[in-house]
Ligand binder design. Structure first.
Ligand code: 4AD
Ligand code: MG
Length: 431
């Protein structure tokens, strides 16, 4: 019977066939231990040459790392390890025999070599585990948003204007229209869509021509922007809290095997529950200065500030109400202190830093027009966005998460580059 490694538990004592790849082999002419993977999991096949047909014994002998195979065997429960199942191999069919030496061996490779081999490196167990967690995060996001009335609205990638600041835009020549830009966030477009569907989200690749070389920056990454009509700053925070809790819960439910492979300490993840910590930018600046940072009252938090602050806490932290001059043009001023905006960045604990940026949006036509002018943005290209404040304007808020930032944090990775299948950074465009 054909099955997958993840389903071996349902076939103990029975003969099954799995299809996949052999990634390691130990043994001599008599007894072989084959490490097998099929995408759903990993298992060991034990083969005794005397007990199988001559062709299978020959196949076992000549099998090389990363050859593809169909392996038939009897499922055995591991005598000591709980939840581990092995195959007592009865038959091996080789689908493709790898004849070249596989470039990724067990010895320590440098990160640049591994990234050059990303198309092959993705097969390694830790990389496999990260992609599986990423998949859970994506699905948990859809699940939470769909269950809470958010409709998926796809925002365009080619846009005539900037969403997040003009210094980080990738531009291309767009026929007779002049310059087009690769989207930095679908936010402005899903703001338009809330006037149709009430609550919505987008989820897709976005681009930042950032010259940053930090462990947190990619030039192409996946963002989920969510937006809701009539939602104010506090409602926005509540949605983010619930979404992040739901995501972490789902990963803990579905990916214990992957987290174990990644050697992720899950204790901090188990503590992720609402309410998260909330601090104003003013409070955080004071706290950081006491910790030795030279951050100024009207500064954005630097990467080191985020690391220092979030290492102190075991829960995510909302940093609210930044000075307006360090934030985007569309954020609404705090009526209690117009030098600040009704925004919050959500910082992940354990030194990870920003995973979400969000705010209440400016909903008054004249104020928004002034903001656009103050930021020296082309009013003409933003006229459609201004129109939204002309026809039934409402208070509204939203936020955007960086998928790879979440993956990096939840998987406990050092650097963001392994959280996306094929990373794009200033120095890397291939494979
Ligand atoms: O904070 P950002 O720039 O916010 C926006 O783009 C808003 N328009 C979102 C919204 O309100 N709908 O980006 C949102 C998130 C950040 O919090 C971070 O997690 C991630 O996107 N991010 C990056 N991830 C990887 N590489 C980069 N260069 C990133 N820049 C932002
Ligand atoms: Mg931000």
């Amino acid at each position: 019977m054909l099955t997958t490694i993840s389903n071996l538990k349902d076939h103990v004592g029975k003969e099954v066939t799995i299809r996949g790849w052999m990634f390691n082999k130990r043994g001599n002419g008599k007894l072989y231990f084959l490490q097998l993977r099929d995408g759903s999991g990993m298992t060991q096949g034990v083969l005794e040459a005397a007990k199988v047909d001559p062709q299978t014994a020959e196949n076992a002998e000549k099998l090389t790392a990363e050859s593809s195979v169909k392996v038939t065997g009897i499922v055995n429960k591991h005598p000591k390890q709980e939840g581990v199942y092995e195959l007592g191999v009865t038959k091996i069919e080789i689908v493709h025999l790898t004849t070249e030496e596989y470039p990724i061996s067990k010895k320590d490779h440098g990160i640049d070599f591994l990234l050059d081999q990303r198309h092959l490196w993705l097969r390694s167990s830790k990389q496999w585990a990260i992609q599986r967690v990423r998949n859970t995060i994506i699905n948990a996001t859809y699940e939470y948003l769909n269950d809470n009335g958010f409709i998926k609205i796809d925002a365009p990638i080619l846009t005539p204007n900037a969403c997040e600041g003009t210094t980080e835009l990738f531009d291309i020549d767009y026929f007779d229209e002049g310059k087009a830009y690769l989207s930095q966030s679908g936010q402005l477009y899903i703001e338009a869509a809330i006037f149709s569907v009430g609550k919505c989200f987008d989820f897709g690749p976005v681009f930042r021509a950032e010259k940053s070389k930090t462990r947190r920056h990619l030039t192409e990454f996946w963002m989920m922007d969510a937006e809701a009509a009539f939602a104010e700053h506090d409602d926005n925070i509540k949605t983010q809290e619930e979404l992040v809790c739901h995501i972490v819960k789902k990963v803990l439910e579905k990916n214990m095997q992957e987290l174990t492979i990644l050697e992720r300490n899950i204790e901090p993840l188990k503590k992720i529950e609402a309410p998260f910590i909330r601090k104003t930018h003013e409070e955080v600046v004071k706290e950081l200065r006491e910790m030795g940072s030279d951050i100024q009252p009207n500064h954005d938090l630097g990467a080191d500030d985020e690391t220092m602050l979030t290492q102190k806490y075991d829960k995510p932290i909302f940093v609210e109400k930044y000075p307006s001059e360090v934030k985007a043009f569309y954020m609404k001023r705090d009526p209690k202190d117009p030098t600040r905006v009704l925004c919050a960045d959500l910082l992940a604990p354990e030194g990870y830093g920003e995973i979400i940026g969000g705010s209440q949006r400016e909903d008054d036509y004249d104020t928004l027009l002034k903001r656009i002018q103050d930021h020296k943005l082309p009013v003409k290209e933003f006229q459609w966005y201004l129109d939204l404040r002309k026809f039934g304007s409402v208070p509204h808020s939203g936020f955007g998460y960086g998928l790879e930032r979440l993956v990096t944090w939840i998987c406990g990775q050092e650097h963001i580059r392994t959280s996306i299948p094929f990373p794009r950074t200033i120095y890397r465009l291939t494979p």
